[in-house]
Design a protein around this ligand. Structure first.
Ligand code: 26Y
Length: 822
C-alpha cells in the first residue's frame, strides 16, 4: 500500500514543504510572488502549530480521562520569548525545517526574525515562569499556566541622546499564530459594589456580593511542548472584555457612546503590563488585574473539576496552585469566596481546601517590592474579599495569641493588616497564612527570608518553609541560542545532556585537552564575532572580537549596581590615560537592560553608561583598548544572542539583595566566567564550579548588615581612595555629559550621602578583582579551562532539576506520559 503522510502532522521534507505552501495560500491568502517575509513566517508558524496540535489534543484527552493531578502555575508575568525556534527544537524538527525552507529559497533565521516576541514580563520572575513551563512539559508533569494576555507587553526601549525612550509594544498587531481563543470558556469577574448578608433556605448565614461592574475574561491558550516528549501543556492567558449583557442594557437605554466608553474601560484591565520590577506602587488598576486573572483561573479550575466529575472536596487532590510571588495572592480570598458564596461550602470546609491547595514562592528581599494595598482601595474594589481577609486574620491572630500569649508586638507584626499608619492589606502575609508551602528561590535567599523578611512566619510555621533554587531551560538557552556549543557538546558526550543536564559533568575529562580547548576557544570566538557584527549594525561600532567581552545585562536597578561596573570602567580609563603602556587586555564592556519608566535614578544610570561610552569610544587613545556598548531593548531574543558571546558575567548586586538571579546561570552555561558577590544563586554557582573558577569580591550579607549597623559613611571611602574620588569627580564635573555638571548630580549625591547599596564600600575590592580577571584572560589556556569547567558543572541549574524538586517536595504530581492518537 502507498503510505501517505498527513499534511498537518507529517515530518518529511516533502510533506513539510507542501503544508507550508498550503498554509501560505489558505491562511495568509498569499502566493509566493506577493508574499512578504512575514507571510512566510506565519505560514511556517501555522505549519509548526499543526504539529503541536496533535500532541496538544492527545495530552488534553489523557489528562481529562485520567483526572491527572495538575499544577496550576499562577503568574502575572510569562516572559515567553519567540516561539517558533523553541518549538522547532522541542519537536525535534529544527534541522529538517531549516532544510525544507532552504529548499524553497528561504532562510529560517530571517523567518524567525519576523516574530514579535511575547514580552509579557519584566525580568527574572517572568522568565522563570516560562522556563518552568518548558521543564514541566519536558518532565511530563500535567500543568496549566495561568496569566494575563496583555495587549501591550513590556515596552520597547529606544535610546535617543543616550537616554531611554519607551515605545508601546504592539506585539499582536500582525496576529499571533501561537494562540487559540477559547470564547466558550469565558467567565465573569465582579468588581466594586457592596455585600449583603442573608439567610438561605436552610437557615444558614450567607453573603451576597452586588458588584458595581462585571468584566468578562476570555481565555487564549498557548501550546507548551515538552522537549522530545508527546506532552503539550497549556498556557492559558485571560483577556478582558465587556460582557455582552452589560452592553445590551445600555444600548437599550439609548446611550450608544456611553456603552462604547464602558467597553473600553473594561478592556483596560488586560491592556498593558506594569513595567515595574521589584517596586510596588499600589495602583488600583494593578489590583484589578490581579483579581481579574486570579478569579478567571479559579473559576476555570472549578469548571474543569466539575467536568471531570470530581467533587469540590477533591479540589486539592486535582490541583496544586503555585503562586509566583504575591501578585496572585488574592487567590487565598477568592478561592474562599467561590467555595463559600458560590458553591455553598462552610468556612471550615472552604478553608481546609484552600490551605491544602496553595503554595507560595517569594522572589524578593526588597522591602519596596512587598505588595500592600490601602485598605480603603481594597475594600472599594473587593468588598467581599476584604471581609474574608478580616475573618482569616481574626482566626489567625487567635491562633497566634494562643501560641504566644501576651505578645502584642508579635500580633502587630504578623497581622494581615498593617496598622502602623494608613492601613494596608499585606499580601505576603495573606500568602503565608493561606499556603501549605513557602519557598525562597536560592539557598541564601531562603535563609534570609527565615531570619528577616518572614521571620515571624518562620517561627510560627517552620514546617512550611523550603528552598527551591531557580534554574533555566537548556533548550532555549543552549540548544536554540548556541548551536555551535551544542554541536560540540553532542559530538563530545552525546545529546542526552539536553534533558539530563548533570551529564555535562563528563566534559570535565576534556578540560585539560589542548585540542578540545582550542575548539572550545574557536567556538567562543565565532559567537563573539556574531555579536560584534550585531553591535556594528546596531551601535555603529567596530568591536574587536579578541577583546574580553565583559557583560552586564539585566533590569537596571540600583541594587544590581550597574554604576559600580561604570566606576570600574572610568577607573580603567583614567589608568590608561595616565599610563598608556599599562598591560591590560583590550575589553569591550557590554550593557543591556530596561529601566522602569518612572525610576529616575535607573534612567540616569543608562544615561551614564551611554555618556561614558561616548567619551571612551571617541577617544583615539582608547582605540583597540576599551569600548563601551549599551545594547538597546534587551529582551529574550537579544539575550539569546548575548549569552553565547560573553567571556565575563557581571553579577555584582549588593549581597543580600538579589534573591537568586537566573542570568548568572545562563552566562555560566554558555561558558562565561562570573565576577560576583556572594548573593543569591551566585553562592551555589561558586560552590559548584569551584572557587578557583569564579571571581569573588565584596562584602557578604552579614558584613553588609554589620557595616550598616555600625554606621556606614560613604564619604570616608571617597576621601580615602584617590582613584575612587577621581572617578566620581569626573562624573560630577561633566566629563561624561558634555560638560554639563548638573545631569548626574542626583546620582552622585545619593552615592556620597547615602549609598544604600554600598558601592563605595565594595569599589576597591571590585577593581582589584577585575585586575585578576584581566590577568587570567591573558592566559588563554587557563581561561578556556575555566570556561569549560563552568559549563561542565552547571548541571544543577537546569530548570528540570528545579521542577523535579518542586514535584517531590511541594506538588506531589506524578508524571503522566502521553501516547499519540490520530
Ligand atoms: C510589585 C510588582 C510591581 C512587582 C513586579 C515585578 C514586583 C516584583 C517583580 C519582579 C520581580 C523579579 O523579577 N524578581 C526576580 O525573580 C527572579 C526569579 O526568581 C530572581 O532570580 C531575581 O533575583 C529576582 O529579582
Amino acid at each position: 500500500a502507498v503510505q501517505v503522510e498527513d499534511d498537518r502532522t507529517g515530518l518529511t521534507p516533502e510533506t513539510l514543504k507542501r503544508a507550508f505552501l498550503d498554509n501560505l495560500f489558505y491562511i495568509q491568502g498569499k502566493f509566493p510572488r506577493l508574499a512578504t517575509q512575514h507571510d512566510y513566517y506565519m505560514a511556517l508558524a501555522y505549519t509548526v502549530r499543526d504539529r503541536l496540535l496533535q500532541r496538544w489534543i492527545s495530552t488534553a484527552a489523557a489528562y481529562t480521562e485520567q483526572g491527572s493531578r495538575t499544577v496550576a502555575y499562577l503568574s502575572a508575568e510569562f516572559l515567553m520569548g519567540p516561539q517558533l525556534g523553541h518549538n522547532l527544537v522541542n519537536l525535534g524538527i529544527y534541522d529538517i525545517v531549516q532544510q525544507a525552507v532552504a529548499d524553497l529559497g528561504l532562510n529560517l533565521d530571517e523567518l524567525m526574525e519576523q516574530e514579535a516576541e511575547p514580552g509579557l514580563g519584566n525580568g527574572g520572575l517572568g522568565r522563570l515562569a516560562a522556563c518552568y513551563l518548558d521543564s514541566m512539559a519536558t518532565l511530563e508533569v500535567p500543568s496549566l499556566g495561568y496569566g494575563i494576555r496583555y495587549e501591550f507587553g513590556i515596552f520597547r526601549q529606544d535610546i535617543r541622546n543616550g537616554q531611554q525612550v519607551e515605545v508601546t509594544d504592539k506585539w499582536l498587531r500582525l496576529g499571533n499564530p501561537w494562540e487559540l481563543p477559547r470564547p466558550e470558556w469565558a467567565v465573569d469577574v465582579k468588581l466594586g459594589g457592596h455585600t449583603e448578608a442573608y439567610t438561605d433556605r436552610s437557615g444558614r448565614y450567607r453573603v451576597r456580593w452586588i458588584p458595581y461592574q462585571v468584566i468578562k475574561g476570555v481565555p487564549y491558550d498557548m501550546p507548551i511542548a515538552g522537549y522530545r516528549t508527546n506532552t503539550c501543556n497549556t498556557l492559558r492567558l485571560w483577556s478582558a472584555q465587556a460582557p455582552e449583557a452589560f452592553d445590551f442594557e445600555i444600548f437599550n437605554s439609548g446611550d450608544y457612546l456611553g456603552a462604547v466608553q464602558d467597553k473600553l474601560s473594561s478592556e483596560n484591565l488586560s491592556k498593558v503590563l506594569y513595567p515595574n520590577d521589584n517596586i510596588s506602587q499600589g495602583k488600583r488598576l494593578r489590583l484589578a488585574q490581579q483579581i481579574f486573572f486570579v478569579s478567571c483561573s479559579l473559576q476555570d479550575m472549578l469548571r474543569i473539576l466539575a467536568r471531570q466529575g470530581l467533587a469540590l472536596s477533591q479540589f486539592s487532590q486535582k490541583f496544586v496552585i503555585q503562586l509566583n510571588d504575591t501578585h496572585p495572592a488574592v487567590t487565598v480570598a477568592e478561592l474562599m469566596r467561590l467555595l463559600m458564596d458560590e458553591h455553598g461550602l462552610s468556612w471550615d470546609a472552604a478553608w481546609d481546601i484552600t490551605q491544602r491547595s496553595i503554595a507560595y514562592t517569594n522572589h524578593t528581599l526588597m522591602p519596596e517590592a512587598l505588595e500592600k494595598w490601602p485598605v480603603d482601595m481594597f475594600g472599594q474594589l473587593l468588598p467581599r474579599h476584604l471581609e474574608i481577609i478580616y475573618e482569616i486574620n481574626h482566626r489567625f491572630l487567635e491562633q497566634v495569641r494562643a501560641r504566644f500569649p501576651d505578645d502584642s508586638d508579635r500580633l502587630r507584626r504578623l497581622s494581615l493588616i498593617d496598622e502602623s499608619g494608613e492601613r494596608y492589606v499585606r499580601m505576603a502575609h495573606l500568602a503565608c497564612v493561606g499556603s501549605f508551602s513557602i519557598n525562597g528561590v536560592a539557598a541564601l535567599h531562603t535563609e534570609l527570608l527565615k531570619q528577616d523578611v518572614l521571620k515571624d512566619f518562620y517561627e510560627l510555621y517552620p514546617e512550611k518553609f523550603n528552598s527551591k533554587t531557580n534554574g533555566v531551560t537548556p533548550r532555549r538557552f543552549m540548544v536554540l541560542s548556541n548551536p555551535r556549543q551544542t554541536e560540540m557538546l553532542n559530538r563530545t558526550i552525546g545529546d542526552t545532556w539536553v534533558s539530563r543536564l548533570d551529564e555535562l559533568k563528563r566534559l570535565e575529562a576534556k578540560a585539560e585537552d589542548p585540542s578540545f580547548q582550542h575548539d572550545w576557544h574557536m567556538i567562543k570566538q565565532a559567537n563573539k564575532g556574531d555579536l560584534a557584527n550585531y553591535m556594528a549594525k546596531q551601535n555603529g561600532l567596530v568591536i574587536n572580537p579578541e577583546s574580553l567581552f565583559d557583560v552586564q545585562v539585566k533590569r537596571i536597578h540600583e541594587y544590581k549596581r550597574q554604576h559600580l561596573n561604570v566606576l570600574h570602567i572610568i577607573t580603567l580609563y583614567h589608568r590608561l590615560k595616565a599610563s598608556p603602556n599599562l598591560e591590560v587586555p583590550p575589553r569591550t564592556f557590554i550593557f543591556g537592560g530596561k529601566a522602569a519608566p518612572g525610576y529616575h535614578v535607573a534612567k540616569l544610570m543608562i544615561r551614564l553608561v551611554n555618556g561614558v561610552a561616548e567619551v571612551i569610544n571617541h577617544d583615539p587613545a582608547m582605540r583597540d583598548r576599551l569600548k563601551v556598548v549599551f545594547l538597546r531593548n534587551f529582551n529574550v531574543r537579544l539575550a539569546q544572542r548575548i549569552y553565547p558571546a560573553a567571556d565575563l558575567s557581571e553579577q555584582i548586586s549588593m549581597a543580600g539583595k538579589e534573591a537568586s538571579g537566573t542570568g548568572n546561570m545562563k552566562f555560566a552555561l554558555n561558558g562565561a566566567v562570573t565576577i560576583g558577590t556572594l548573593d543569591g544563586a551566585n553562592v551555589e554557582i561558586r560552590d559548584e564550579v569551584g572557587a578557583e573558577n569564579f571571581f569573588l569580591f565584596g562584602l557578604t550579607a552579614p558584613e553588609v548588615y554589620a557595616l550598616k549597623a555600625q554606621g556606614y559613611n560613604p564619604w570616608d571611602y571617597y576621601q580615602g581612595d584617590p582613584e575612587l574620588k577621581q572617578a566620581l569627580d569626573s562624573i560630577l564635573v561633566g566629563t561624561f555629559s558634555r560638560g554639563d555638571g548638573e545631569v548626574f548630580k542626583p546620582l552622585i549625591d545619593s552615592l556620597l550621602n547615602w549609598d544604600p547599596y554600598l558601592l563605595l564600600a565594595d569599589y576597591q575590592d571590585y577593581v582589584a578583582c577585575q585586575e585578576r580577571v584581566g590577568q587570567a584572560f591573558c592566559d588563554r589556556t587557563h581561561w578556556t579551562r575555566m570556561s569549560i569547567l563552568n559549563v561542565a558543572r552547571m548541571g544543577l541549574f537546569s530548570s528540570d532539576r528545579s521542577i523535579q524538586d518542586y514535584c517531590r517536595d511541594v506538588w506531589r504530581t506524578p508524571a503522566v506520559p502521553i501516547e499519540l492518537t490520530d
